[in-house]
Design a protein around this ligand. Structure first.
Ligand code: NAD
Length: 296
């Protein structure tokens, strides 16, 4: 694999909501994609999208230049990479983990992979299912300069931005810090709208003011939690689709774990985590995370 135009043999493990669209975009870009998932329907969809379905991880990584993983959590990524990819994938194959996992596991996997001669990057994404399908994800990448340079053209086929965040684990660190900020600003945006309402303000008027004033944030101007105000968002669709509360809670918990390990005080993140945990436990885990405005 040399340079931007080179087509690669890619093993893609984890063809769920996100991985399904990402693997399809790699195939569309002309790469030879051997795909594996435990789910038969996911595998069939990948085949329809131009990937070669495989019956095991070992089968998928046969002849691979690159192995991409897009899996639910660190325990599963660890099991797949340590027990199924390393020792089976060709010597020197580049490993790209796009899952959102804890920083500590990402760093440990980088050590294990490097010791086995595999360049590796952690490359979690910003953007949801629509961005995965549309090839407009943003990748935050941790790893060496050489590993980043090798991963960049592969990631570019699945996204609109590929950013080198730093050394091993830096991609995951950037992802959870960003999403902790998002969780806290969403709750703050929701409570501001509720207070504005109680104080008799017209919500469209408050939006027009705050979106041009110092209270402006992405949660307000790109993802407004109030139906009928601002751009089209999940709020206008009964809080369906978008970014599920369960996934926000997952990222907040990862952030809390990292903060504890690093000894960093995160009082706002901690409160957001508590509020989202209660909201999920109340039966709203599948709703878009901006639906938390309903609790205020
Ligand atoms: P998902 O549950 O839809 O997909 C995960 C897939 O992994 C499933 O198809 C499952 O069958 C498969 N899988 C599980 N264990 C496996 C194994 N051992 N071997 C092979 N396949 C296995 O999840 P998703 O929404 O696609 O999310 C994937 C990752 O992306 C997660 O880490 C998530 O936090 C992150 N993420 C998701 C979103 C989103 O909006 N959905 C956004 C950003 C990041």
């Amino acid at each position: 694999m040399t340079g931007e135009a080179a087509m690669a043999a890619i093993a893609f493990i984890g063809l769920g909501n996100m991985g399904g669209g990402m693997a399809a975009n790699l195939a569309k870009a002309g790469h030879a994609v051997r795909a594996f998932d435990l789910s038969a329907p996911a595998l069939a969809a990948a085949q329809d999208a131009g990937c070669t379905p495989c019956s095991t991880v070992a089968d998928a990584v046969t002849g691979a230049d690159v192995v991409v993983t897009m899996l639910p959590n660190g325990a599963i990524v660890g099991d797949v990479i340590e027990n199924q990819v390393i020792g089976t994938a060709p010597a020197g194959a580049l490993l790209i983990d796009c899952s959102t996992i804890d920083v500590a596991t990402a760093r440990r996997l980088a050590e294990v992979a490097s010791a086995a001669g595999h360049p590796i990057v952690d490359a979690p994404v910003s953007g949801g299912i629509a961005a995965a399908r549309g090839g407009t994800l943003t990748f935050m990448v941790g790893g060496t300069d050489q590993a980043f340079a090798a991963a960049q053209p592969i990631l570019a086929a699945m996204g609109k931005a590929v950013i080198h965040a730093g050394a091993d684990g830096a991609g995951q660190a950037a992802k959870i810090c960003n999403n902790m900020l998002l969780g806290a600003t969403m709750v703050a945006t929701c409570e501001s709208f509720r207070l504005a309402e109680r104080l008799g303000l017209d919500l469209q008027t408050f939006y027009d003011i705050a979106s041009k004033a110092s209270g402006q944030s992405w949660s307000m101007t790109s993802y407004c939690p109030v139906p009928g105000v601002g751009p089209q968002t999940p709020a206008d669709n009964g809080y369906q689709g978008g970014f599920a509360t369960a996934l926000m809670l997952k990222d907040l918990r990862l952030a809390m774990g990292a903060a504890q390990e690093a000894g960093a005080p995160v009082p706002m993140g901690h409160l957001a985590e508590k509020l989202y945990a209660a909201f999920a436990a109340d039966g709203h885990a599948d709703r878009d995370f901006s639906a938390i405005i309903k609790t205020l």
